[in-house]
Design a protein around this ligand. Structure first.
Ligand code: FES
Length: 112
């Protein structure tokens, strides 16, 4: 089992689980505002599930890299699409502002 710290919660899950699914199951606000209704539900195309991750997770694949290279995200962004991420070790997650989570202001941190 691995540990995820997000929005003040400490969640345990199996190694390799999908980050978006685990966060949603545990009532963590993966999306900002209406993005919770209007999102691609893990296809990896909308880009609204973006978060910053500290810790060991799967490497980004082509689809995720492609989406994160397009506005309002940027190729230099350190963010990840939570729907494309497998949790491989203990991690800490931070959510930023903006419909896509593309902003630079923190919405929530691992601690709350
Ligand atoms: S839910 Fe759309 S990219 Fe992750």
């Amino acid at each position: 089992m691995v540990k995820i710290q997000a929005q003040g919660k400490i969640i345990t899950c199996a190694k390799g689980e999908n980050l978006r699914q685990v966060l949603l199951k545990n009532n963590v606000d993966v999306y900002n505002g209406n993005a919770s209704i209007i999102n691609c539900r893990s296809i990896g195309t909308c880009g609204t599930c973006a978060v910053e991750i500290e810790g060991e997770v799967s490497q980004p694949q082509l689809r995720e890299k492609a989406r994160l290279s397009l506005p309002p995200h940027s190729p230099n962004s350190q963010k990840r699409l939570s729907c494309q991420v497998k949790v491989l070790g203990d991690i800490k997650v931070t959510k930023y502002n903006g419909f896509w989570g593309q902003g630079s202001e923190i919405v929530w941190t691992p601690e709350g």
